[in-house]
Write a protein of this length. Structure first.
Length: 381
């Protein structure tokens, strides 16, 4: 009752009561009806419930008590249902939904995505929902943190960041390959009929170890994506705005989707942008709302972040940062030329990036740490 009152005062339109288990008994339904009457009488907020596999008579009692909507998820397609639920059947779900509608209740029903279902399963579930006349559909994504989501982490394989995904096992929907053309061609030859996109950090893999590679790899990726009708996605969050010596790698090879961040605002405020070619954009630009890209984070279009981004781009262009970056690369190559040490595995330079990969941790003794810190202090003297 107290929580219903708080929700009502905060402008929430519905208060939902959810129980566990397959269904409520008649006695439990009576208890819930009494609770609904009290909430409706003292608070006035609309009440919806999720009570499992009830029959039409039980739903009618709930409606008479003041319930206006019932939630009962189909979960998935009829074909896939036995793979995720063993306590009851898909037909049990259908019967309960139809019973609720026959009792005059609105029904909210949808599914859980991320349990190994196929695209066909999702489509079949949606068609069943349409046949049932469902107007309110929730979609639940398992393992989703609304920022650095598990599904976006899944397309990466950096041990430092994504070790937690080991608990879920290797995904059969993601193919990881090295930045080698032979591996790229083999992957497309083997999986092309299952691929929907190819995503890559072009020219420079940042968190993956500052690994640098030639433009021939994304060029070949572009050719294969065109050949097989696969979307090419460039993640230039780290590589954009001159990091690789190019304004964007997309200036060399044009992707279908380009993702930018980090330097977009010069680091002053969090902001990112996804840019798409017209063929991708038009795939969502239709009158049918079911085709809309329903992706609206809380801070989408944040005016302050957009203003900072515009000013950052203005400074990037007016102060000719690309010339500065080219000069930085020239100096770096000049100063590092011929430098070697038994402890160094490789020196890599690209644009404004220089990476010295060492065989062992470079600070292992007290005197070495003192030397590093002394060098830092001398910089400010």
């Amino acid at each position: 009752m107290a929580q219903a009152q708080i929700n009502h005062e905060q402008g929430v339109l519905r208060y939902s009561i959810v129980t566990s288990g397959k269904r409520l008994s008649d006695a439990e339904v009576d208890e819930m009806c009494e609770a609904v009457r009290k909430i409706r009488g003292k608070v006035g907020i609309s009440v919806c419930v999720s009570f499992g596999l009830l029959d039409e008579q039980q739903f009618r009692r709930l409606k008479e008590a003041g319930v206006t909507r019932v939630h009962n998820n189909l979960e998935t397609s009829r074909r896939n249902f036995p793979n995720i639920c063993t306590t009851h059947t898909f037909d049990n779900k259908i019967q309960a939904i139809r019973a609720a509608r026959a009792a005059g209740l609105s029904v909210c029903s949808g599914g859980i995505m991320g349990l190994g279902e196929t695209v066909e399963d999702r489509i079949d579930m949606a068609l069943t929902l349409r046949e049932l006349g469902i107007l309110s559909v929730p979609v639940n994504m398992l393992n989703a943190y609304h920022g650095g989501t598990f599904k976006t982490m899944e397309v990466g394989d950096d041990e430092d960041y994504h070790f937690v995904l080991k608990a879920y096992g290797k995904s059969e929907h993601i193919v990881h390959i090295p930045t080698e053309i032979s591996a790229l061609e083999q992957a497309f030859a083997q999986y092309h009929n299952r691929l929907n996109c190819f995503i890559v950090e072009p020219l420079l893999q940042g968190a993956g170890g500052m690994r640098m590679y030639d433009v021939s790899f994304p060029e070949r990726a572009r050719e294969l994506c065109v050949q097989y009708g696969v979307l090419l996605v460039f993640d230039e969050v780290a590589t954009g705005f001159g990091r690789t010596g190019n304004r964007f790698a997309a200036d060399l090879v044009l992707p279908d989707i380009l993702v930018l961040g980090k330097a977009l605002t010069g680091g002053y405020i969090g902001h990112a942008v996804t840019v798409a070619k017209r063929k991708v954009y038009e795939g969502f630009y239709v009158d049918d709302p079911s085709h809309a890209l329903m992706h609206g984070p809380t801070f989408m279009g944040n005016a302050l972040a957009c203003s900072v981004a515009l000013k950052s781009i203005e400074l990037f262009e007016k102060q000719d940062y690309m010339s500065k970056i080219r000069r930085t690369e020239e100096i770096t190559r000049r100063e590092m030329e011929g430098f070697s040490d038994p402890r160094i595995k490789e020196i890599r330079i690209m644009g404004a990036c220089v990476c010295i990969e060492v065989m062992v941790p470079y600070v292992i003794r007290e005197e070495e740490l003192v030397k590093v810190l002394q060098t830092m202090k001398e910089w400010f003297s």
